[in-house]
Design a protein around this ligand. Sequence first.
Ligand code: DQA
Length: 151
Amino acid sequence: MKKGIWVLNGPNLNLLGVRRPEIYGKTTLKEIQQELEGRCREEGVPLVFHQTNHEGVLIDLLHEAREKAHVVILNAGAFAHTSIALRDAIEAVGIPVIEVHLSNPQAREPFRRHSYVAEVARGVVAGFGALGYRLALEAALHWAKEKEASS
Ligand code: DQA
């Protein structure tokens, strides 16, 4: 199977829609997944979508993506602010990672203002709610097509 786009979601994102909707919106993760799947189907690009509450699982998924993904879209949740291991994994796999946050962490509590992921991400999309995943997907599709053409 040809390589595709992997969308990885970290802790508590399974609760989207019910968790602090005034900050994260009412759209569920399932609805986001379905929208991205529809867009990728139009483009004929495979999409893999995961959510995990476990740091090690997220790192394992990134390692797996090394062989299988052209681009990773990653909402690491709070691990973005805490995990050097995740940062190192992104650096180690060497594929472009687009960091996504539904909220704008820069406009929130001080402990959210630093992201280890951003240090090694190709790009960052934050503050657009669920739309941020669609915006990141357009960039990911662009790069995935470029890579597919040159492989
Ligand atoms: C988040 C922002 C993080 O600070 C927070 O811990 C989350 C969600 C976002 O999508 O806005 O869990 O990643």
